[in-house]
Write a protein that binds this ligand. Sequence first.
Ligand code: ASP
Length: 573
Amino acid sequence: MCGEPAAALVGERLILSGWTARRRDHGGLVFVDLRDRTGVTQLVINPERSPGAAELAHAIRNEFVLRAEGELVARSPETVNAKMPTGEVELMVDSLEIVSRSTALPFQLDEENVDETLRLRYRWLDLRRDRLQRNIGLRAQMVGIIRRTMEEAGFLDIQTPILFKPTPEGARDFVVPSRLQPGRFYALPQSPQILKQLTMIAGFDRYYQIAICFRDEDLRADRVQEITQLDVEMSFPDQELLFGLMEEMYARIWRECLGIEIAAPFPRMTFTEADRRYGSDKPDTRFELELEDATEATRGSEFGVFAGAEAVRFLRAPRAFSRGELTKLEELAKEWGAKGLAYLVFDGGEIRSPIAKFLSETELAAFGGKDGETLLFAADAWPTTSRVLGALRLHLGRELGLIDESVFTFLWVEDFPMFERDDAESRWTAVHHPFTRPNADSEAGFGSDPGAALAHAYDLIVNGNELGGGSFRIHEPELQAKVFELLGMSEREQRSKFGFLLDALAMGAPPHGGIALGIDRMTMVLAGEPNLRDVIAFPKNQAGVDPMSGAPSDVTPGQLAELGIGIVEQPGP
Ligand code: ASP
């Protein structure tokens, strides 16, 4: 392979095949950097040594595929390239073959900032770049470790169908028409959730799968429609065993892929604590800057906005911001849903703030601002203060350089609320999914006070990214029906959507629970890539289109007729 030649092999005859990364013509001598997945070796084509090869060499262009045979020689000391792993040697070519040619390239492989659509259109070229070769290689290495860890722990890889029925993970379904059952549709699974539960009821005890999940969502840099998950389920679940296994798996991945030792067991935090301290259910704990609560201290405030708000909370930024900086922060806070952003700047022994005159000595003493700090306040409903200050915290963490980029902080977040109120539709929805069981304390009373019920559910976070989550499941058919009912599902709807699950739960269902962890997101963190598409070999763009193949594409009228489907023309934009 092109990455292998080294000083120890000098004098050997080698055959190297690969792609032309670069060709340089130096009068008579021609140099070619020959590349494959493993690296680059320099070929030297000397017309005196090999006239035939020299003749051919002039025709070589970037990305031509070559096969070169010759002798590996040591480079003279002044031509050693310390930046190349193979830089001490070069191949003196005796015979050369152009195996395959390339048309002119739409972009050069070493070109920066190539338009993403162009990159995706010619993905086979894009994938030849170092960075993508590394990302895809890293992903494969990681999946290998995952499989080994799960197999060693006695988990069985069980495949579940892609053509299935709607599964409730809260996104829109992709549907597939059925030719054999005209007018009916499969849904692609948003996750194998129900199916993995059925493998437990079927007695398989420990299941895993590298599963593709299809969610028809609006796309962002960190979201795709086809996500790959490590999906796990176990019977008679033991949370310590499950958490311990995941921790061992991550420790192995980080050790083998990056040579980094991560600290395990991972710390744990309840959802309530995460929300209170970080304004987030996936806190980035690489830096402090925690939210502080001033609700009590401001109950009698003369500043009406504080006195009247459900919650008054603030961030203590270690910097005396200028007026201009504060205006920018306020604009951001408004984008995140705040009505405004009150502040106190402690600067040179003075307080700069339009609201300071309304605040009493006692209030100011309670906030405890120090010189060189700015206190940034949100006064609103509690969830709004969490959202605004949680986002502001991350922004300040980045802007003020508070984040230690060299560490990975893993964290379990537990005890999530079981239900969430959907005010627009005035109904309850499941925070995780409707098969999640209430925790032991909430089991008896969740029906009468759904908003207060906690779920036996957990998420795994790294550096503020949610890697995934899971829960212990309901295995009692009556309890499951009760949760369905609370979610507003009539008995008929329960039967038509989940009748098979209710039937299965009634035929000897063991207690079970599990987790699912996003492989794409995991690779992103591992590779330090900000864009999810750069860790996927063949991704679609933000509009769900594959610029390479043109998918999704039209089907023929014949195919539509066979499916009994007519297309309703949408009025143009
Ligand atoms: N099915 C869930 C998900 O995809 C994970 C789980 O509960 O195991 O998020």
